[in-house]
Design a protein around this ligand. Structure first.
Ligand code: AVJ
Length: 321
């Protein structure tokens, strides 16, 4: 069903096929240093757990970014070309986009892109109700890969929106590649609004990834529940525990799942061996300074426009050269 100017939700609830998922999981668990892509945190349960993380007292990034967007949305929107399309990479719920859309009457179309179709589905009807003049074109896709821009918006100038410091999940070189890819998709002269978490005291960072309620631990362990469900594995969650720490030398938070004992896990017909204390590296969350991020963006062909920061988090606006 398509409503004039509106695109129905395309593709299946979740894009990554089980084959790709299986291959990535097996490759990660049989690697010399076990490592799994953080994007696989976000099944429906994982997305819901992350939503809870954003409400936690210790997890400051979302609160800081929302306050910055609330305060500076008019200044940010003033950088947008008239009648543009706002393309959001990894939208999850569109709470942040609403703040920008509310200040930017010049935005004609909104394209939320998310790997979790279920999540995207929930949000679109409310967006259409609250922004009746706005054409909403949800796209279920892995934004780290190429995806098709809805035909209906192809004539419009594009603005990118990448909040939440999800850029921090990429290794710096991968971040440069992603920004190049985004630049090619958005076009020369395009503006990108990007949220970047800042380097800060480990006493502030550590609790943000080791909250007292244990929600982050559940979010991390949920990856094993997903592998058990989708690949018929036999992970016993009671024999793995959450670990997150700040690697100062690499300016990143690292998240791991630690095997409490020597054990063997069957995954999709493959036996995976764990030594006691061996870990699965499940996420990096790189932290930048406004200058180190601007330098990284420059490597990808982006120049800095304006930076909005509260010292804890920053929203940078950059332009593709
Ligand atoms: C969604 C990637 C920005 O790294 O802070 C939250 C994910 N991991 N708690 C982050 C996350 C653990 C979050 N990002």
């Amino acid at each position: 069903m398509t409503i004039a100017g509106q695109t129905a939700l395309r593709a299946a609830p979740s894009v990554e096929t089980t084959d790709v998922f299986a291959a990535d999981i097996i490759a990660g668990l049989t690697a010399k240093t076990k490592r799994l892509p953080a994007k696989y945190f976000y099944d429906a349960a994982g997305s819901a757990l992350f939503e809870r993380i954003t409400q936690l007292p210790e997890y400051y990034p979302t609160r800081c970014e929302l306050a910055l967007l609330r305060e500076h949305a008019p200044a940010i929107a003033s950088l947008f070309p008239p009648n543009c399309a706002l393309i959001e990479f990894g939208s999850g719920g569109s709470k942040k986009a609403r703040l920008v859309l509310g200040a930017a009457a010049t935005v004609e179309a909104y394209v939320p892109v998310d790997i979790s179709g279920d999540y995207l589905q929930q949000d679109v009807p409310a967006l259409r109700r609250d922004f009746p003049h706005l054409a909403v074109h949800p796209v279920v896709a892995d934004f780290t890969q190429s995806f098709a821009i809805p035909a209906a918006i192809s004539p419009l100038p594009r603005v990118g929106f990448f909040p939440g410091s999800t850029i921090g999940n990429f290794e710096p070189d991968e971040a440069v590649n992603f920004l190049r890819h985004a630049g090619a998709m958005l076009g020369r002269g395009a503006v990108l609004v990007i949220g970047v978490d800042l380097v800060k005291d480990a006493n502030v960072l550590w609790p943000a990834y080791n909250d007292a309620e244990g929600v982050t631990a559940k979010f991390n362990l949920n990856l094993l529940t997903r592998i058990n469900r989708e690949l018929g594995a036999d992970f016993d969650l009671a024999t793995f525990h959450h670990r997150a720490f700040y690697n100062r030398r690499r300016s990143r938070i690292e998240m791991h799942l630690v095997s409490a004992r020597h054990q063997e896990i069957r995954v999709n017909g493959t036996t995976v061996h764990f030594r006691a204390g061996e870990t699965i590296h499940t996420e990096n969350s790189y932290k930048y300074t406004p200058a180190t991020f601007a330098a990284l963006a420059k490597r990808a062909g982006w120049s800095r426009l304006r930076v909005f920061t509260d010292g804890m988090f920053c929203v940078q606006t950059i332009r593709y050269q």
